[in-house]
Ligand binder design. Sequence first.
Ligand code: ADP
Ligand code: ADP
Length: 225
Amino acid sequence: PPSLRVEALAYAYPDGTQALFGVDMAIAPGERVALLGPNGAGKTTLVMHLNGILTAGHGSVEVAGLPVRPDTLREIRRRVGLVFQDPDDQLFMPTVRDDVAFGPANLGLRGEELERRVERALDRVGMAEAIDRPPHHLSFGQRRRVAVATVLAMEPDVLVLDEPSSNLDPAARRELAEILRGLDVTVLMVTHDLPYAMELCDRALILSGGVIAADGPTGEILADA
Ligand code: ADP
Ligand code: ADP
């Protein structure tokens, strides 16, 4: 099955604002996909359905064949890692180690197994040296990498990133691109950074007015945009 499959997904907020009008998309294992579109298009609303922060009013969302439902949320949240736009929404413990260990400890990992998981996730984002440091002593770019590590420590099948390059200086932006390129997971990134999408994603989706308005190779989609 695809890593992500969304069918006929429609959603209205409690105040009646209709944000999604029937979204269909499928993302194969290992694909790297950019989710583009103007403000208010429904990108955040769509992303919040992918790990069950919001649950479908109408339509369906499946992760590697498993439907997102109240009774599957625990497994869905292990499979789909969400990296928020602001790393400070994801880092709240006294040390980097504690932040990265939080998710896998919650899954029941302990002792050496947990320590290995934390070290491996920090290695993957080039932040192994920072393991004992308080997150708030790190630069913004380093905090974003640690936020990515907190999600990788869950060993997800799908990594969803909200504006991964925002507020990064050119060096930090390049470093993160290198890291993302090296990951062996399915990636969906919401971004307004078209060069980043071009560099990192094979495929781009444009969400507009709560529907997928375009879907294809990133170069073609951006040439038409
Ligand atoms: P994007 O992420 O593409 O900017 P959003 O998913 O945030 O789009 O928003 C889609 C639509 O839903 C917009 O019209 C937005 O104003 C509306 N919306 C977003 N969050 C809420 C909410 N909590 N309550 C009501 N309407 C909302
Ligand atoms: P993004 O750029 O990530 O889509 P937004 O600036 O659109 O973020 O929204 C920020 C927050 O405000 C989100 O939590 C969203 O759900 C909420 N929000 C957006 N539009 C509305 C709305 N019309 N009514 C209530 N909450 C909203």
